[in-house]
Design a protein around this ligand. Structure first.
Ligand SMILES: C[S@@+](CC[C@H](N)C(=O)[O-])C[C@H]1O[C@@H](n2cnc3c(N)ncnc32)[C@H](O)[C@@H]1O
Length: 205
């Protein structure tokens, strides 16, 4: 019988360590302190996972999880679809947490330290999905996130899904994408829980 570990919670069938988990504490002791809000799992990733689980007919072979933080959405794709996942974040300090969550869930992802601006057309065009959760939270992020999505659409990424807890910069970014390329802004709630958000979806197949 499986024993209950109080330092781990379950979400979408995945194991997520709490801050009190001994391996999270060890990473902090080593001095890894994320500086751009990659300090925990954000609820927009749970909303994105629930949307993907409810709407996906064809499993992606490859996924980029941009601004991955602890990487839950990409890790879920790796576990559920056996996709090759590149988990990308500008902040190198998130990588030990990302690798811990992947390890607890027995999946392999490829950690990549890079900014949105550095994702090139060759990589985006060769990738089935671009996903991101809660990555447009400052006004300064509107241009880089908008450019990354434009680049993905123009280079042929098949499906783009960006979830958000309804922050103003996200809507500024989404307005530009919707008027230049079309797509859909989907309101999504996880079951009857309090977790909800909005997802910009561009089907580009
Ligand atoms: C609010 S957290 C969301 C993390 C994760 N997606 C989640 O839902 O739990 C935003 C993440 O975006 C990353 N980030 C911020 N600016 C970035 C940039 N220009 N390029 C790549 N990643 C960036 C941060 O380091 C952080 O991990």
């Amino acid at each position: 019988m499986a024993t209950h570990d109080p330092s781990i919670k379950q979400l979408a069938g995945l194991k997520i360590p709490y801050a009190r988990h001994p391996r999270v504490r060890a990473i902090k002791r080593q001095g890894h302190y994320p500086s751009m809000h990659g300090t925990k799992l954000w609820s927009a990733s749970g909303v994105l996972i629930d949307y993907i689980a409810s709407t996906t007919a064809i499993a992606p072979q490859s996924v980029i999880d941009a601004g991955c933080g602890w990487g839950l959405a990409g890790i879920w794709c790796a576990k559920t679809f056996e996709s090759a996942v590149a988990s990308v974040d500008a902040d190198a300090s998130v990588m030990p947490y990302l690798e811990l969550v992947a390890d607890l869930n027995e999946v392999e992802i490829t950690p990549v330290v890079a900014r949105f601006e550095q994702l090139d057309t060759a990589l985006l065009g060769a990738t089935d999905w671009l996903i991101a959760a809660d990555v447009c939270f400052w006004d300064e992020l509107v241009n880089p996130v908008t450019s990354m999505i434009k680049k993905a659409i123009e280079s042929g990424t098949k499906r783009i899904m960006i979830s958000d807890p309804r922050r103003e910069p996200f809507f500024d970014m989404a307005d530009t994408i919707l008027s230049d390329y079309g797509g859909e802004l989907v309101e999504w709630r996880v079951g009857d829980s309090r977790h909800s958000g909005v997802i910009l979806v561009v089907e580009n197949a």
